[in-house]
Design a binder for this molecule. Structure first.
Ligand code: ADP
Ligand code: DP6
Ligand code: CO
Length: 360
């Protein structure tokens, strides 16, 4: 089959995970290239993911995107930048099933259709933009036969879609180095260590609300950069030291330090939001009750049993050092937020990550 006719469609599907920052990115030094004012560290959340199908056909007359079943505009520069970067790296592609050949020079004249779905709440502070853009870049690269010319190049392209997306191209524990260059070529994500380095660590995601947030991360951090004195202090004097300490804690599987830094960084990020004018509130009463639960428990034991962190939304990501402590944590959460039915808590434990819905 040649590519002369209009009757063919080439399609690829990919899946990419979300991630939760334990040292948060908040604030850009370049809005267009999405360059951050500080480095960040995340843990990849394998059970929350985006699934994206990208298709190309000569019969398509424009680039189009469907997100969770609804068409949304692909006009934003974020989608355009990602698409343009992958298109410019496209190569000759041969479809093994049909023998269809798409020549390198044809890609610039072909439009794409994209359909993406998240298996978790979109725009609710569980990093849907991270999973979504990492998935889009990965799927497009696969479709167009684009290859990285250096390791981490695709992370710089995903970053053009959403900053946190650069970290979702890797599993386990991931670092996004803010970089120094004006063109963003060194503002890149790399894996610190694989997930199986810290097998005992348990992650519990407590979905407090699936509602879309009122202030997007993009808009929120823009206002913080303009108005929050705390943000400048954080980026310059707090985060650089925490980056070193956090990486060390992860390498040593030092849960006490990991927990202390994770909670402190989440709290400072939300303090920065409050220091923004007008202030931004991402957490709600349920979020604060979860913080209270963990803080009281940790204080009563004298050493951290669990850690919490909240991105730009009310939903909690909780960490426990092992299965036994995780069960105890779940029990405490269920005591505070009794489920409607008499649920057995073990049903929430799915491998090393669980998702539970809380009322309120
Ligand atoms: P979140 O906390 O979920 O990351 P953001 O405000 O950072 O929220 O980003 C939400 C935006 O990310 C959505 O409005 C949409 O533009 C984009 N997005 C989310 N999921 C996807 C996806 N699967 N594919 C493409 N874009 C996505
Ligand atoms: C609080 O990556 O969603 O989740 O780069 O504007 O798309 P844009 O913002 P986004 O911001 C994430 C902020 C955060 C912290 C983090 O993930 O590091
Ligand atoms: Co986001």
């Amino acid at each position: 089959m040649g590519i002369e006719g209009n009757d063919w469609v080439l399609m690829k599907t990919a899946r990419a995970p979300s991630n939760i920052a334990v040292i948060k990115y908040w604030g850009k030094r370049d809005e267009n290239l999405i360059l951050p004012i500080n480095s960040s560290i995340s843990v990849t959340l394998d059970y929350l993911f985006a699934t994206t199908t990208v298709a190309v056909s000569p019969s398509f007359t424009s680039d189009r995107l469907w997100l969770n079943g609804k068409e949304v505009s692909m006009e934003s520069k974020r989608y355009k930048n990602c698409l343009q970067q992958i298109r410019s790296r496209a190569t000759d592609v041969v479809d093994e099933k049909t023998g269809l050949v798409v020549k390198k020079e044809s890609w610039k004249d072909l439009y794409v259709h994209v359909a993406s779905k998240n298996n978790f709440p979109t725009a609710a502070g569980l990093a849907s933009s991270a999973a979504g853009f990492a998935c889009l870049v990965y799927a497009l690269a696969h479709l167009m036969g684009a290859k990285e010319s250096y390791e981490g190049e695709f992370s710089t392209i995903a970053r053009l879609g959403s900053g946190s997306a650069c970290r979702s191209l890797y599993g386990g524990f991931v670092k996004w180095n803010m970089g120094k260059e004006d063109d963003g070529s060194d503002s890149i994500a790399t894996q610190i260590v694989k997930k199986d380095h810290w097998k005992d660590l348990v992650i519990i995601i407590a979905v407090v609300s699936s509602r879309q947030k009122e202030t997007s991360s993009t808009a929120g951090m823009q206002t913080s950069v303009k108005t929050s004195p705390l943000l400048q202090h954080r980026a310059q004097s707090v985060v650089p030291k925490r980056m070193v300490e956090m990486e060390e804690a992860i390498m040593k599987r030092d849960f006490a330090t990991f927990a202390k830094l994770t909670c402190a960084d989440s709290n400072q990020f939300h303090a920065t939001c409050l220091d923004t004018s007008p202030p931004i509130f991402y957490m709600n009463d349920t979020s604060r009750r979860l913080i209270g639960l963990v803080e009281k428990w940790n204080a009563s034991e004298g050493t951290p049993q669990a850690a919490y962190t909240f991105d730009a939304g009310p939903n909690a990501v909780l960490f426990a050092p092992d299965d036994k402590v995780a069960r105890s944590l779940l029990q405490r959460i269920l005591y505070l937020f009794p489920p409607a039915s008499d649920a057995d808590i073990s049903r929430y434990v799915v491998g090393d990550q669980s998702i539970m819905e809380l009322a309120g």
